[in-house]
Write a protein that binds this ligand. Structure first.
Ligand code: TZP
Ligand code: MG
Length: 234
């Protein structure tokens, strides 16, 4: 197990320059964090390493300015090279989020050390198998999804008819029940999903477009956080 302080993934924003309708990523992050978001992930499949490092710097600066650098976790999707380079440059990046086909979590842990936050995402069935068979000592949380079809991640698994395969509340309840680490769920999540999602017992929700694509990201973040907090947990 790692040696980090308590991790809060209850309200988790995933964001990159392709998700913000042309607005600066830092502005979206500020809107989310000022309204209660607890975790951030920089995710871009098109940005260069240099751009990703600059985005980490922008995000870390926003957290610093808001006095949230110690409370809100800043992660990068997939790119261990970017996390290491950013840290080398003195930017406070807390860890990495990887998928099952990305760099293995044990390798991330070796490079990033015991205090880093490392998240792993996969399909629910794969996560259930993982929990049953594998060692989760290097993993701080699981990401599961999508809850609904989403255009934000076109490479989600699809059925024979080409529809994205979504996660049921039953699957998520089971995952939460047997997972030794916290679980965060996303994919097409809107505020109206949060009461049912919280009832499964999972630890949080993640969103891209519900905040980064909103006309008023601050109001959207506020509504999401308030709805989650007001919903009873199982
Ligand atoms: N992983 C599973 S779905 C997804 C990711 C990164 C994208 C979710 O985006 P949105 O806009 O909240 O549906
Ligand atoms: Mg990945």
């Amino acid at each position: 197990m790692n040696m980090r302080k308590k991790l809060d993934i209850s309200a988790y924003l995933v964001v990159g320059p392709e998700n913000t309708l042309g607005r600066p990523v830092g502005d979206i992050i500020r809107a989310a964090v000022e309204n209660g978001f607890t975790c951030l992930q920089i995710r871009s499949k098109t940005a260069s390493a240099r751009e990703l490092i600059a985005l980490c710097c922008e995000a870390a600066d926003v957290l610093q300015a808001l006095g949230k650098a110690e409370d809100v976790v800043l992660l990068v999707d997939d790119r261990l090279d970017v996390v290491l380079a950013a840290r080398e440059a003195g930017i406070k990046v807390d860890g990495i989020h990887v998928g099952q086909s990305d760099i293995p979590v044990a390798v991330c842990r070796k490079f990033l050390g015991p205090e880093a936050v490392i998240g792993l995402s996969a399909r629910t069935q794969e996560l259930l198998n993982y929990v049953r068979q594998a060692d989760t000592r290097d993993i701080d949380y699981f990401g599961a999804g999508p809850l609904h079809e989403t255009a934000t991640k076109p490479d989600c698994g699809r059925d024979a008819a080409g529809h994205i395969i979504t996660r049921s509340f039953e699957e998520l309840t089971e995952l939460h029940a047997i997972s030794p680490v916290p679980v965060v769920v996303g994919g097409g999540v809107k505020a109206r999903d949060l009461p049912a999602l919280r009832k499964t017992g999972v630890d949080g929700f993640f969103v891209v477009s519900a905040v980064a694509g909103a006309a008023d990201p601050a109001a959207a973040a506020r509504e999401l956080v308030a709805t989650w907090k007001a919903a009873p947990r199982s």
